[in-house]
Design a protein around this ligand. Structure first.
Ligand code: FAD
Length: 410
């Protein structure tokens, strides 16, 4: 059955986990992991945090190189899959080699969205997704004076906080009227606006970028809202595009992500897809969604391994995310879409609080600032489908952890 074995395309968080899960699920056939990057699979989140701050910080491998050797996982690094023939069950690499497979997993992640504006290709204009981009950004940050960050989402704000720690002048341009507006509560947006301003960043809301100005091929300024802001480094952080092209060209269904069912199977037999590149049916929301987080990629990989081995199970994990900005930890669990009410637990002034989102009395999501215990109990509550009342969540004298245990027992 598995003469040609399984090939995983993409060696990020999802791809690496899928290789490990296939082995732990008992698959002992040929297993190849092909990835465009030259580094063995590594942790991506530090690229905008510890790695960026400290030139002595190395990439953190997700698993040691010996893990792949010991488990018979052939790593094919610095090699891009150019095309897939889903019918013939072959794929073509950038060096022209053709590999045959019995099962295929697409874990190609996403790439930064670059706005089609004047000056986007100038030297000094950076994006941040992969290690090579992080190295280039870190080098440039070491000598830059003025940094303009385009986009007030997680990546932009993490880079802004790091650049301020390094003493750079930082301006953040955000087109919307609040920070991280796609994902967090307005209370959280307001709080982080205050934090970043307190750290010395010039944050401009409702300010889309106009164009990037260069001299001799290098960026010197950014124009926004009729103003010219000096810059010798520009970081574009306005979101990502899922890497779906090879899947679409192979005839797989795509629509803002590779379409998969609840067990990560694509529209082509024997092919699964996971992580940032997929759009999957979310049971509680009752619609498709594409998520961008480590936990999502890792948990989907575990399901996809079972699907490839003929033991599919529905994916039904509560999503959780985190973002470290400066010394502040923001953690989110659940999805706040459709929330009709929110309550705050803790004191915003103490820089330690959580916002609990409800649809009527049903708990949907929790955003926590420096309150990891709320986040952890939130994960338990949401996974078990339990909803303490909004009043209880807001009341700090209520022991939520104890309550979660009690509610689970009844
Ligand atoms: P990826 O990890 O992106 O891996 C995809 C891999 O596939 C890449 O190596 C890519 O080069 C390769 N590839 C693409 N196309 C091909 C091809 N045709 N052939 C071969 N290889 C290919 N998430 C959090 O939850 N918390 C955080 O704090 C956080 N911080 C982040 C900070 C940064 C700077 C970035 C960029 C992301 C961060 N994320 C964070 C998001 C998280 O890293 C992603 O959600 C996660 O990596 C998704 O895993 P994935 O396996 O789907 O894709």
């Amino acid at each position: 059955m598995f003469e040609n074995g399984i090939i995983i395309v993409g060696g990020g968080h999802g791809g690496s986990q899928l290789a490990a899960s296939l082995r732990s699920e008992g698959y002992d056939g040929p297993l190849r992991l092909v990835t465009a990057e030259g580094d063995i699979p590594y942790q991506r989140p530090p690229l905008s945090k510890a790695y960026l701050k400290d030139p002595a910080h190395d990439l953190l491998p997700l698993r040691p190189e010996s893990f792949y050797d010991k488990n018979g996982i052939q790593l094919i690094l610095a090699s891009e899959v150019e095309s897939i023939d889903a019918g013939a069950r072959t794929l073509r690499l950038s060096d022209g080699a053709v590999l045959a497979f019995d099962g295929l997993a697409i874990a190609t992640g996403a790439r930064p969205r670059m706005p089609p504006i004047e000056g986007i290709h100038l030297a000094g204009v950076h994006a941040l997704r992969v290690a090579a981009e992080a190295r280039a950004l870190r080098d440039r940050l070491a000598t830059a004076d003025s940094v303009v960050v385009v986009g007030g989402g997680f990546i932009g704000l993490e880079v802004a906080a790091t650049a301020r720690l390094l003493g750079r002048k930082v301006t953040v341009l955000e087109a919307a009227d609040r920070l991280m507006g796609r994902v967090v509560a307005p209370e959280i947006s307001r709080h982080f606006l205050g934090l970043h301003r307190g750290w010395g960043s010039d944050i401009r809301l409702g300010t889309p970028i106009g164009r990037i100005v260069g001299e001799n091929g290098r960026v010197v300024a950014v124009e926004a809202a009729g103003e010219r802001i000096p810059a010798d480094l520009v970081l574009i952080g306005i979101g990502v595009l899922p890497n779906t092209e090879i899947a679409a060209a192979a005839g797989l269904s795509t629509d803002n992500g590779i379409l998969v069912d609840d067990a990560m199977a694509t529209s082509a037999p024997g092919i699964v897809a996971i992580g940032d590149c997929v759009s999957f049916p979310h049971a509680a929301l009752g619609r498709r969604i594409r998520l961008e987080s480590v936990q999502n990629a890792v948990d989907q990989a575990k399901i996809a391994a079972r699907t490839l081995l003929g033991r599919p199970e529905p994916f039904d994990e509560v999503p959780w995310f985190w973002s470290d900005q400066g010394d502040v930890k923001l953690q989110m669990v659940g999805l706040p879409f459709g929330a009709t009410r929110s309550v705050v637990r803790g004191r915003v002034e103490d820089n330690r609080f959580s916002v609990f989102h409800f649809a009527d009395d049903r708990l949907l999501a929790i955003d926590s600032v420096n309150r990891p215990a709320d986040h952890m109990v939130g994960r338990r509550l949401l996974a078990a489908g339990l909803s303490p009342s909004p009043e209880m969540c807001a009341d700090e004298s209520v022991d939520l952890k104890g309550l979660a245990v009690k509610m689970a027992e009844t």
